[in-house]
Write a protein that binds this ligand. Structure first.
Ligand SMILES: Nc1ncnc2c1ncn2[C@@H]1O[C@H](COP(=O)(O)OP(=O)(O)OP(=O)(O)O)[C@@H](O)[C@H]1O
Length: 755
């Protein structure tokens, strides 16, 4: 049915016009208010500079400019749905329009458009037509939902009207999913599904852990949850108190449009090393460029080296390792204060007992460097108390010498006067030297308490004996893997949690941050030690952790079982473990093949992903000669471009495979092709060559896997995880090429074989 043929078209068109005029009027008012707030803020800045008044004006200004921004967004697409709801006890339905941002009619103080995060919007997300209820601040509201009308509005123009029941809603979702992909992840407010809605609206307190299939919307949901939490706890939570951790700068760029689309700015978004760089300041080491994963992926790397790498990586992520580092730090702490205390000229300034009490008890909450600074205070006080007596002693000594001189040379003479002058000059010098000694004494004495440098402490720890509770074999592997690199000034990402812990204990963190909620994407790559560190830094357990064990290509260092690994870190409150099994990204045909690969190397407790019903071309397999690979890929890419697909990725197994492939492809295609590397910070879509570890989290219209031979994917767990990640990246098309014998993870009958 065309838009104009919909019986409600005139009514909805009129409502839209009314809404747009209202938004225009509210925008004018908001602009005026923003100007006033800005002037007030500038005025406060000029006059007082800082303090509570400034903070208040900053907050007010931020809120008004946010409101203005939301109205500007609303002017393009004020709402996406209308629901008609008759509350129990009422006779006629009320129509509610729901949009990405709420719009208030300021003259009547009534909501004109309901924000998608408001309780009432649950009617749309959770409710079928018929008897429904939603939870409002003052209790459960029941009633009848008689209409759910989806509307697409672009640049203020009504494009489609769609009255939905369950079937129609599925059709609408499929239509959205079937569209071609550009270079950014998008918001999904109009199609959030019930199981996703439950996660978005989970309470702020306590960790929420989501095991979600590839393409089930984990990243998207986590971002919507941030927007939801900021809305529900507005006035209490600021965007800058939210932290998102994601696997790479490229990925952060890829997701960067979602929050601003939802009207949210200024959320901290970093990779784990970027976070650590802020915490460690100048103690942030240079990171090894060689990712251990690449060695683990390299079929030519010696088995013993791989085993060492995996053992060393896993050990550094355990809570036992954290405990060993903590015990070592306590040992450093105990070794620093001098047992004999501090003395000056044979007199006690602070006794050994006093030093221990101050250092190990009273000052315990502070990092060691701060304790050293604090200890200077009693030292300064004591020595200045001692100063008078010490000066008096020097004066007495001078007086005694003068007396002796007078007695021994009773006659005044030039010699005696000179000798007397020397005595008093020496006295003055001694007093002066004493004053100087007293001045520098506290710093000089406390210097004995200087903590070791962060990296030195870590190296000393790793060079020590096997700590209690640590597997000696893993400890030996760690010495072999990490020590030479650290001594050469290079650390691995796996060393960072320990370094942060050490810096915190010895010096305090370079940057303290108040984090009220932390989101970790690709959480399966994080180790228990990393989670524990994040919890300790935030000082709370408000976390959203989303990940997929089937994509655990860093299982050698990360999480392998959500419940076991996370229950040891978060206990009060215990984590809520939730699941997302429906996959929205890829077609049924692609997900079926990816699922087959995954099942050939299942992980414990594996749950198969369920694709949303969207069909497409079956994935294809081509056997080609290595020499012909570049040409075959280029021809396929050209066809895909001609078909109108915009993001096409050739996903290789690792960086080593990417290099020659990229050259061959450019040559065959006769035009430049992007090569994404771990250093890239900008994601631009288009045609690209990328490694599977880097492509994790991203999605493309079409994916070409350059070589699914047994040589590339011999069939280990890691191979299966990697191939699964690769196969679950495309929305529409998947093409596999094989230059030799097929990987045992695949069988020819999984495909409709061509060529
Ligand atoms: N409810 C939904 N409505 C429309 N699109 C959706 C919905 N949920 C997810 N999607 C789409 O599915 C795709 C996958 O989402 P996303 O990248 O967030 O999934 P993921 O679980 O993080 O994936 P992966 O783990 O494979 O990286 C995106 O294109 C997203 O827009």
């Amino acid at each position: 049915m065309s838009l104009q043929d919909h019986p409600a078209y005139p009514q909805e068109q009129a409502h839209l016009q009314k809404t747009l005029s209202l938004i225009a009027r509210e925008t004018g008012l908001a602009r005026e208010e923003e100007r006033e707030r800005r002037e007030a803020l500038e005025d406060t800045r000029r006059r007082s500079g800082e303090g509570a008044a400034l903070m208040l004006h900053e907050l007010q200004y931020r809120m008004t400019s946010q409101a203005l921004h939301n109205l500007q967004l609303a002017a393009k697409a004020p709402y996406f749905t209308r629901v008609d709801f008759t509350q129990s006890g009422e006779t006629a339905p009320t129509a509610y329009y729901i949009g990405k941002a709420g719009v208030l009619d300021s003259r009547t103080q009534t909501p004109w458009v309901i924000d998608w995060r408001a309780p009432l919007a649950n009617l749309y997300y959770a409710g079928q037509l018929g008897q429904v209820s939603y939870r409002a601040p003052d209790g459960e509201i029941e009633g009848e939902l008689s209409l759910k009308r989806l509307m697409t509005i672009q640049d203020g123009q009504l494009q489609t009207i769609f009255d939905t029941d369950v079937v129609a809603q599925d059709a609408y979702l499929q239509n959205v999913l079937g569209q071609s992909k550009d270079d950014r992840l998008k918001d999904i407010v109009s199609t959030i599904q019930r199981e996703q809605n439950d996660i978005i609206r989970a309470p702020l307190r306590g960790p929420v852990v989501v095991q979600g299939a590839a393409g089930s919307g984990k990243t998207t949901i986590a971002l919507h949850r941030i927007a939801y939490l900021l809305y529900v706890h507005r006035g209490e939570l600021a965007p800058s108190q939210m932290l998102i951790l994601a696997p790479s700068p490229l990925f952060l760029d890829y997701i960067s449009a979602v929050l601003p689309e939802l009207g949210v700015d200024q959320v901290r978004q970093w990779t784990f090393p970027q976070l650590c760089a802020r915490l460690l300041g100048k103690d942030m080491p240079r990171l090894q460029t060689e990712d251990p994963l690449f060695t683990l992926l390299d079929p030519a790397a010696p088995q013993a080296q791989k085993q060492d790498l995996a053992l060393a990586a896993r050990l550094r992520g355990t809570l036992a390792f954290r405990d060993a580092v903590a015990r070592y730090l306590e040992q450093v702490e105990r070794s620093l204060p001098p047992k004999e205390g501090f003395t000056l000229e044979g007199q006690t300034v602070l006794s050994g007992e006093e030093v221990l009490r101050l250092y190990l008890q009273d000052l315990k909450p502070f990092p060691l460097k701060r304790r050293m600074e604090e200890l200077k205070k009693p030292l300064r006080r004591r020595v200045s108390e001692m100063l008078g007596a010490l000066i008096a002693a020097r004066e007495e000594r001078a007086a005694a010498m003068a007396l002796l001189l007078r007695r021994t040379s009773p006659e005044d003479s030039p010699q005696r006067r000179a000798a007397m002058q020397r005595i008093y000059a020496q006295r003055d010098q001694a007093v002066h030297a004493l004053r100087e000694q007293i001045r520098v004494y506290p710093a000089a004495a406390a210097a004995a308490l200087t903590p070791p440098r962060v990296m030195d402490a870590y190296i000393a720890f790793l060079s020590g004996p096997v700590p209690q509770g640590i597997d000696p074999q893993a400890w030996a592997a760690l010495s072999r893997v990490a020590l030479p690199a650290l001594q050469a000034g290079r650390a691995a990402e796996e060393d960072l949690p320990a370094l942060v812990l050490i810096r915190r204990y010895l010096y305090g963190l370079h940057e303290e941050m108040a984090i009220r909620h932390t989101v970790v994407d690709e959480a399966q790559d994080f180790s228990p030690f990393q989670f524990d560190l994040l919890r300790t830094l935030a000082g709370n357990s408000s976390f959203t952790l989303v990940g997929d064990l089937a994509q655990g290509i860093r299982a050698y260092r990360g999480t392998t079982a959500w419940r076991e690994d996370l229950s040891a870190v978060f206990s009060d409150p215990a984590p809520a473990f939730l699941g997302l099994t429906t996959s929205y990204r890829s077609t049924v045909e692609i997900m079926r093949l990816a699922g087959t690969v995954c099942a050939r190397r299942p992980y414990p407790g594996m749950v198969a992903a369920q694709p949303v019903l969207r069909h497409g071309e079956a994935p294809a397999l081509f056997f080609v000669k290595p020499r012909a690979l570049g040409g075959a890929l280029a021809a396929r890419i050209q066809r895909l471009l001609d078909e109108g697909y915009r993001t096409i990725a050739v996903i290789a197994r690792d960086e080593n495979e990417c290099r020659p492939l990229h050259r061959a492809l450019q040559k065959a295609l006769g035009q430049p092709v992007q090569r994404l590397t771990p250093k890239d910070t900008h994601y631009a879509g288009g045609v690209m060559v990328v490694s599977a570890p880097l492509a994790k989290g991203l999605e493309f219209d079409a994916v070409l896997i350059p070589d699914v031979s047994a040589g590339r994917y011999p069939g280990s767990d890691l191979d299966a995880r990697l191939l699964y990640v690769t196969m679950t990246r495309p929305l529409h098309r998947l093409y596999c090429y094989c230059t030799g014998e097929l990987s045992p993870l695949l069988k020819a009958e999984d495909f409709e074989v061509e060529g």
